[in-house]
Design a protein around this ligand. Sequence first.
Ligand code: ZN
Length: 384
Amino acid sequence: MQIYSSLDKQKKPLISLSEKKVLLYVCGITPYDTTHLGHAFLYIFFDVVKRYFEYLKYYVEYTQNVTDIDDDLLMRAKKDKINWKELGEMWTKKFLNDLIALNILTPTNYIKATDSIPEIIEIVSHLQTHGNAYESDGTVYFDVTKFTPYGDLSSYSKEEMIELSKERGADPGDPKKKNKLDFILWQKSIGDEPSWDSPWGKGRPGWHIECSAMVHKTLGLQIDIHGGGFDLIYPHHESEIAQSESFTGKEPFVGYWMHAGMLRYKGEKMSKSLGNLILVADLLFKHSQNAIRWMLLSHNYRYEWEYFDHMMDDAQIEVNAVLQKLETNLKFDENIKLLEEFEMHMNDDFNTPDVLAMVKNASSDPKNSTTIRKIMKTLGFVIQ
Ligand code: ZN
């Protein structure tokens, strides 16, 4: 099996840390708003990754986190005059219901950042003791000059990283920092912000360290696959590599970095800030979970693509046509050639668009129905 790794910038054969076992971590949501199509694309794709490894008889230990303490979430709670914890719990519950409605399997470990504070403090203390981090007025920063090569995952230049860090919530001009790209591991809580006791006084974790801590807590010091959206490559995943490898002394932290492409809608990136979101709840009102899955899997996970409204209608027609052909009580022998073709596409970095094209073609022969049912179930379609 070949998997594209964002760090290596190429496909490479799968060699897992333990035989027939895959350790998978996917960055989860920050629960302060509703589930949109970009979330569905990411989490349905990794649901298929998990299901396909299980089809290949791998045991998959899959952790997904909830970033339930974060600047954006605190800002929203303040704006809506609601307790930050209640806000997080409400949106987490809604998100989990959406996952069920989309037939996404529950990860092995579903973990909240706020349940990992002792582990976070342990890692930050270790980094500070070993000279990878420093404290300034109650806030602890990771010193990027102590880790080379910082920037390998994204391949951005220092100047590009400085520019992007500004756009993505960091402050390169922060006078307490030694270097512009140093990132926060632990920050002093201000005013009525939530806080935890720490060796540096009352504070709360930075975003990147939360994921490193949850990886190590649930899966170990090194893992096979780490996934997320393309926009998490820098600074989030870049920083995870730096702090985790500095903490564990082991590399690589992750065998395969897998990043899903971004969605566009009406000519722009689909995003909360632009307000051009397609909500999963709205789609489920008009279309089946199978149609949503069909539409999303007809796109290769690695590339950016633009959503058009007709796509859901087209997908509904296509998936219905296939499902209708499978409605037979007759059992046929498995079509080994078809299964081999399925595995060939999936083993090529999870090429789901080619699998769907194959399914569409092969479904015209009723004798393939037993095999196609098996393939579609492996891809997470709901078939009675
Ligand atoms: Zn993360």
